[in-house]
Every structure is written in structure tokens, then in C-alpha cells.
Ligand binder design. Structure first.
Ligand code: SF4
Length: 91
């Protein structure tokens, strides 16, 4: 969301972001923090480095930690299907 926000920043003033998720059974609205340019860059650069490394050298990045599965934990309706034994907790 913040990357899309960044792309249109020169043309639009955006002060709030929201994801509206819907399927055949439900609609969910989730507010998303608007990152300033510095915070977005700090978040993005390490991820781009890993992606570049993986694309150029074929080396897979290390597995994500708990922060990478927040969507699965109470937000997404498919949690029981994807994580039948519970969400894997990694350090
Ligand atoms: S529960 Fe499954 S579908 Fe939902 S966000 Fe996690 S991995 Fe994706």
C-alpha cells in the first residue's frame, strides 16, 4: 500500500490508507499506517537487496520471522486452512 502511495505522491496528497478485503462471505476494512518517505525507504531497501541477491545469484533469502505472518494471525479468514496445526512461531 505504501509503495503505491509513494508512486502517486507527486500528484496526490494522501493522509490515510485502507485495505478493503472482501470475499463471498465477508467484507473487512483494515487501516494501514502511512509511512513517510524515510520509513518506507528503511523498510524497502533491505527487502530489495534480498530480492536482487536472489534474482542474480539464485540464493534464496532466509525464511521470514513472526513479523512476516501477521496477516495469517487473525486477519485472514483462511488461517485454519493454511495453518491447520497453528501458526508457526519462529524467532
Ligand atoms: S492464512 Fe494463508 S491465505 Fe491467509 S495470509 Fe496467511 S498464508 Fe495467506
Amino acid at each position: 500500500m505504501n509503495l503505491y502511495c509513494y508512486l502517486v505522491m507527486p500528484q496526490y496528497q494522501i493522509d490515510q490508507l485502507e485495505i478493503v478485503y472482501f470475499d463471498m462471505s465477508n467484507v473487512k476494512r483494515v487501516k494501514v499506517e502511512v509511512m513517510d518517505k524515510r520509513k518506507l525507504t528503511d523498510w524497502l531497501v533491505p527487502r530489495l537487496k534480498k530480492l536482487k541477491e536472489a534474482l542474480e545469484g539464485g540464493k534464496l533469502p532466509e525464511r521470514i520471522g513472526n513479523a512476516g505472518v501477521w496477516q495469517c494471525d487473525g486477519y485472514c479468514p483462511f488461517t485454519k486452512m493454511c495453518w491447520p496445526k497453528g501458526i508457526l512461531k519462529r524467532g
